[in-house]
Design a protein around this ligand. Structure first.
Ligand code: AMP
Length: 374
């Protein structure tokens, strides 16, 4: 199966090929034709399955014929520019705002930023403007970008509602809505925010719901949101967990940090992602490792967005040996093919365990997950 056989345009296939993808993943193969048809979709897919491209590619295609440069009606006659910025300034000059046409809601800042990166990469040959808005960063530049016109908006619910409150975003023309990692958004208590956002959207639209699990809550949300949806389910990551070598160490709670230090040194582990249950625990463990000459940093909800982004970049570049993270901070971050993932504290729900170890053994590569401290 090839991307062009799925009905994607040459511009999009070109961008995907430039990313080095040769064939669609199972979720892409199933979801792309359904979305291109304009149908609602309920998809069970986890991070690592290629779900982001699964919804981004067909959305780009559906919006492209009427992009801000080609469609009508438009506020000013703009000579089709090849790049967004020219268009943005042209629209800005009129002082009028382009309404958002596709809205993608994501649970965390990291995921929102990554999804928007994908939109940009896959849409690099199209004249569509995208933007990610999330909290923890200055709202003013976001307002400026929104004012100048955005086709595809990726947002966390809280910050989007801040924009709604300040009347800096127009959601009245949204044609496509995506709830990405919907189960996580519900876990994080976003249901009220989501319902409020839904009430601001036009009734006639396409809805896509992606979730790692189909809990009763998700089913209830899907029931009210989706109209005659196609249902797509790809093998859960734990179904292919045989690729991941998992090991459990039984150890007294007080010895966990010492054991981890020993394992890292003994096996010469690098790029180790370690999960802790609490923010405080993450800080404490990073400090302990540092005191034992292992370079480690922690990311969690109390760190500012810019610190989290910088830390993640340093980890990806290999400048930090160990990244200690809470589930929420690590959620959705695009680090694949990690050699080691450590569950320093066991997660509260099985799905989180699957998500955590899914950081390794991705896209066909093997890796190891270990669980010290039961
Ligand atoms: P996601 O599940 O969207 O977080 O994607 C997981 C990883 O798979 C990302 O690093 C993508 O860049 C990569 N990916 C997405 N689609 C493909 C594909 N068709 N072939 C190979 N890798 C892909």
């Amino acid at each position: 199966m090839s991307f062009s056989k799925l009905g994607l345009s040459a511009e999009i296939v070109q961008a995907v090929t430039a990313k080095g993808y040769t064939a669609p993943t199972p979720i892409q193969e199933q979801a792309i034709p359904v979305i291109l048809e304009g149908r609602d979709l309920l998809a069970a897919a986890q991070t690592g399955t290629g779900k982001t491209a699964g919804f981004t590619l067909p959305i780009l295609q559906r919006l492209a014929p009427k992009s801000t440069t080609q469609g009508e009606p438009r506020p000013v006659p703009v000579k089709a520019p090849s790049k967004g910025p020219i268009l943005r300034s042209a629209v800005q000059a009129t002082g009028r705002r382009q309404p958002v046409r596709a809205l993608i809601l994501a649970p965390t800042r990291e995921l929102a930023a990554q999804v928007e990166d994908s939109v940009q990469a896959y849409g690099s040959h199209l004249d569509l403007v995208s933007l990610a808005v999330f909290g923890g960063v200055n709202i003013t530049p976001q307002i400026r970008r929104l004012r100048s016109g955005v086709d595809i908006l990726v947002a966390t619910p809280g910050r989007l509602l801040d924009h709604v409150q300040q009347r800096t975003v127009d959601l009245s023309q949204v044609e496509i809505l995506v709830l990405d990692e919907a189960d996580r958004m519900l876990d994080m208590g976003f249901i009220k925010d989501i319902r409020r956002i839904l009430s601001l959207l036009p009734k006639q639209r396409q809805n896509l719901l992606f979730s790692a699990t189909f809990s009763n809550e998700i089913k209830a949300l899907a029931g009210t949101l989706l109209h005659n949806p196609a249902v797509v389910e790809v093998a859960r990551r734990n179904a292919s967990a045989e690729k991941i070598f998992q090991q459990v160490y039984r150890v007294a709670r007080t010895q966990k940090a010492a054991l981890l230090t020993h394992l890292i040194n003994h096996h010469n582990w690098y790029q180790v992602l370690v999960f802790t249950r609490t923010k405080h625990g993450a800080d404490r463990l990073a400090k302990h490792l540092g005191q034992n000459q292992i370079s480690a940093m922690a990311i969690h909800g109390n760190k500012s967005q810019s610190v989290r982004t910088k830390t993640l970049a340093r980890f990806k570049e290999g400048n930090i040996q160990v990244l200690v993270a809470t589930d929420i901070a690590a959620r959705g971050i695009d680090i694949s093919d990690l050699p080691q993932v450590v569950n320093f504290d066991l997660p509260d729900v099985p799905e989180d365990y699957v998500h955590r170890i899914g950081r390794t053994g991705r896209a066909g590569s093997t890796g190891g997950g270990s669980v010290p401290g039961l």
